[in-house]
Write a protein that binds this ligand. Structure first.
Ligand SMILES: [Zn+2]
Length: 312
């Protein structure tokens, strides 16, 4: 199962204790997912279509507990897609309770006003429940082994701005963008995703995410160190190979006598120790020489080789 599905399954099983939070989460879920159509009895029917049974159960339970309305759940087969099953929760909005729910949803004959009803998310507990509902209805999270990414796709730009504002009030730095004309809220920082998971009470997912994050950061540290050491080693070897070639060329063409006595010892040491750094070569010289002193003598050797090439 994908990590996103694991998180969604975990969240689908959470039923908030407080009615205020139940309402907030339900409004988020329905506001993004549901459709409202007039029925034969002259009332409105709410249709909420979801991909899995646990989420259908949650919608059903929240409607029952928060508003006291009963729904029926239907399993629909979609032929065109592999994942062929969807669940539709149908709720007839009758009487007083129906009217209250309709008002909380900001629903009318023409549909929903897709704006957040701020009185429903006044308290922090309700804000948390609301973003859980929003994530459940259209959220995605990448597995922590890959790039850190969490998003909630929304179908209305005002709603997206409101959801972003709610997340900001909870201290979550979420960004707003667009994909194929759909407004999209996203988080890219591992730390903030951890905060998100904590706020929506996805405790299992939080643990998994943190474990991978710790392993990743340790691996990065080790990699950085190894890369650094490898890079330095490669530089030393490259330089050394060039120096050895140059010295061998001088010896082959003109012999050791052409090299001034002061440079001779260094030239021979280089041939003997191709893997040494300049500093290490300096320590072998008699008397010892600093790294910059060795580099200076090496450059003189190079000039000698250049002059020899030019004379040819
Ligand atoms: Zn609450």
């Amino acid at each position: 199962m994908s990590f996103a599905n694991e998180v969604r399954n975990e969240l689908a099983r959470i039923i908030p204790v407080n009615v205020c939070c139940q309402k907030a989460e339900l409004i988020a879920l329905l506001g993004i997912r549901a459709e409202l159509r007039p029925n034969k009895e002259g009332d409105m029917t709410l249709f909420t279509t979801v991909e899995n049974a646990s989420l259908a159960r949650k919608v059903y339970t929240l409607l029952k507990q928060a508003y006291g309305v009963s729904s029926s759940v239907h399993i629909l087969q979609k032929r065109r897609f592999k994942k062929s099953r969807v669940y539709r929760v149908e709720t007839s909005l009758q009487g007083e309770t129906g009217a209250i729910l309709q008002k909380d949803l900001g629903a009318s004959e023409t549909g929903f006003s897709r704006q957040v009803k701020w009185n429903i998310v006044k308290k922090n507990c309700c804000k948390r429940a609301f973003i859980r509902g929003a994530f459940l209805s259209s959220g995605f999270i990448n597995r922590p082994e890959g790039n850190y990414h969490l998003e909630i796709v929304l179908n209305d730009s005002r709603l997206a701005a409101d959801v972003q504002r709610i997340m900001r009030r909870l201290g979550l730095d979420a960004r707003l963008t667009e994909r194929k004309n759909n407004p999209l809220i996203y988080i890219k920082e591992g730390e903030t995703i951890v905060d998100f998971l904590r706020l929506v009470e996805a405790s299992h997912a939080l643990l998994d995410f943190e474990n991978v994050r710790i392993i990743k950061s340790m691996r990065n540290q080790v990699n950085r160190q190894v890369n650094c050491e490898t890079a330095n080693l490669a530089k030393t070897v490259d330089a050394s190979v060039r120096q050895v070639e140059m010295i061998e060329r001088i010896l082959a063409q003109q012999g050791i006598k052409v090299i001034p006595p002061k440079l001779r010892e260094l030239a021979l040491l280089r041939l003997e120790h191709p893997d040494h750094t300049l500093k290490e070569l300096g320590m072998l010289l008699e008397p010892p020489l600093t790294k910059s002193g060795v580099a200076y003598r090496m450059s003189k050797l190079e000039r000698l080789a250049d002059d020899m090439d030019r004379e040819e």
